[in-house]
Design a protein around this ligand. Structure first.
Ligand SMILES: NC(=O)c1ccc[n+]([C@@H]2O[C@H](COP(=O)([O-])OP(=O)(O)OC[C@H]3O[C@@H](n4cnc5c(N)ncnc54)[C@H](OP(=O)(O)O)[C@@H]3O)[C@@H](O)[C@H]2O)c1
Length: 187
């Protein structure tokens, strides 16, 4: 069982634009060519911040529209927010706030031997790093730069550094990189 931060990023380290657009991402490649289907098969629980959840509401679920979309996850999802957010009928979503450690314990129990996916954003992934709970970082580095936006991982991880354990090219649009996150105290 691993706790993994799996995300796409621009080459200059942004996972969304300043106004939370992902329009730059989708033309870069076909998700079917990436590691996603193998990755998601082993995921037993997900965590995301409120901006990511609200993006899913706006772009995928679209509640209140004529043809609302389906919530894409069968696994339980923990959404971090200090606000009261609208739930999605029929989706297994738990709203939480504060310390990631007790939430992670509950996620590990629910995942029952499968992996925990920290979907993002970057600061939430950083909170898992700070607590020593993140095992792996899996990034699909897109062949674009954004100049500004929502950061991939706004933390200083220098000594010890991450360990690069996998490199795979996906067409001309992505490099998939896998890193192990060191568990020793950071300096
Ligand atoms: N490129 C990709 O593959 C990819 C992957 C994931 C996400 N995204 C996108 O990237 C963007 C990420 O947005 P973001 O950087 O703002 O990150 P986010 O994690 O989605 O949302 C951040 C917000 O979550 C809440 N939050 C975080 N930690 C919390 C805690 N411990 N307790 C309570 N609330 C907490 C806070 O808002 P409140 O308290 O105000 O609710 C915080 O401002 C989104 O647009 C998303 O769609 C892209």
């Amino acid at each position: 069982m691993k706790t993994q931060y799996y995300t796409a990023t621009s080459l200059d380290g942004f996972i969304a634009t300043e106004d939370h657009s992902l329009e730059w991402l989708f033309p870069l490649g076909d998700i079917a060519d990436t590691s996603y289907s193998a990755f998601i098969r082993d995921v037993g629980a997900l965590a995301m911040g409120s901006s990511t959840y609200e993006w899913m509401l706006r772009h995928v679920v679209k509640p209140g529209t004529e043809v609302p979309g389906a919530w894409p996850y069968e696994q339980p999802v923990w959404v971090f927010s200090s606000r009261v957010l609208p739930p999605i009928p029929g989706a297994d979503i738990r709203f939480v706030r504060g310390d990631v450690r007790p939430v992670h314990e509950a996620m590990v129990r629910a995942a029952n031997g499968q992996n925990v996916w920290v979907v993002g954003g970057g600061d939430l992934a950083g909170q898992f790093v700070d607590a020593g709970l993140l095992d792996e970082l899996l990034v699909q580095v897109g062949s674009v730069t954004l100049g500004a936006g929502q950061p991939l991982l706004p933390r200083r991880i220098v000594s010890p550094p991450l360990t690069l354990t996998g490199v795979r090219q996906v067409g001309t649009g992505f490099a998939e990189l896998t890193y192990t996150v060191p568990k020793a105290p950071r300096t």
